[in-house]
Design a protein around this ligand. Sequence first.
Ligand SMILES: N[C@@H](CCC(=O)N[C@@H](CS)C(=O)NCC(=O)O)C(=O)O
Ligand SMILES: [Fe+2]
Length: 431
Amino acid sequence: MQTTKISDHLSISAQPSLSEFQGFRDKGFAAVVNARPDEEEPGQAGNAAERDAANSAGLSYTFIPVTGATTTEADIRAFQSALAGAKGPVLAHCKTGTRALLLHTLGEVLDGRMEPDDILAYGQSFGLDLSSAIKWLARHYARRPLVKGFYDPRTSSVQYVVSDPDTGNCVIIDPVLDFDEKSGATSTKNADALLAYVAENQLIVEWILDTHPHADHFSAAHYLKEKTGAPTAIGERVVDVQRLWKDIYNWPALRTDGSQWDRLFAHGDQFRVGSIDVRVLYSPGHTLASITYVIGDAAFVHDTIFMPDGGTARADFPGGDARKLWHSIQDILSLSDETRLFTGHDYRPGERTARWESTVGEQKRSNPHLAGVTEDAFVELREARDRTLPMPKLILHALQVNLRGGRLPEPEENGRRYLKFPLDALKGAAW
Ligand SMILES: N[C@@H](CCC(=O)N[C@@H](CS)C(=O)NCC(=O)O)C(=O)O
Ligand SMILES: [Fe+2]
């Protein structure tokens, strides 16, 4: 297999065979990046086999499956992290090497080390056509708002800072307050990373938004409100979720009027981030209160649709409903095909690197829960899958905090805060 040296740190190649992996080690490579989705052609070894071959050859391995058209900034950043984390030179491959070089080149351009005008000649110097990189950049720079996703590996959640590049106004969506259930410790690492990005880019936070009361992590909305002074908001049906859980927790002191937030959004509500229009869609199914924020050409769909290879969100929490989820998803898919969709979780199928951005068109074409699936078939597959899923490990912790807008329980007389769990209240134990 011919490898092409791009820099001291990176070489690229066409698809290698598994028997060549040992040789890569002998040639001095420390890591392999596979940028090729599985099953592009018959006989392709694929991710699982490549991971095994790399491991047995003592090479580290990263799976960043991309196609030219569906490449996202997260893929480019994941490629950079794979290079930065490697203990020596990296060999990156796809089918021909073009996508591997595309990921590298786009990172160089985004970070200002290469001019867009130099891309084609750069590709040609390695015998590859990088015109798809030019197209990607044109699309990237034409789009508003600017969306920065922050992935939290602990809860597989994606948090967003969404800004108007013309005015510097932004909103924060679904921020995570860190919690370690083993020690009971809380931390603001994730939220502080959002604040650092806001400060670095001199953004003005206008809103701290949640898409729904999360069942798998604490919301950092309250912490961020204290830090920035920006108002908090969630969907108005959160009051129904509060009523539901007030009973489950036997919690008389819980106010069930949504007064823990500054604003409760209803379907059709509109506001602005800088000069960009925002529209709220009611998107129940995963929870009773879920909403989608459509900001310019971007929709923050959280737990409705995941990445196309990740299917859809579960609908079996108290108040969840698979049929309602189907209708909410149809509303989202009725946005134009180019609408960017930003999901709330990515569970990294095949241990690929985390991704969170797709388009309506991609979802309609390639999400197996949606493409060519009828409403009844969806409900059946969703409910069948949900029967196999254990409850999120933090559901009983998280709702106590999130139904109060991300406030931790008030301290007791000794100054400590405590959580309270109902026993045998929820089905879904995984013994
Ligand atoms: N293993 C995770 C599961 C979290 C979970 O259930 N996530 C929800 C969104 S809040 C979901 O839709 N999961 C879909 C799936 O796991 O297939 C945990 O324990 O936190
Ligand atoms: Fe969720």
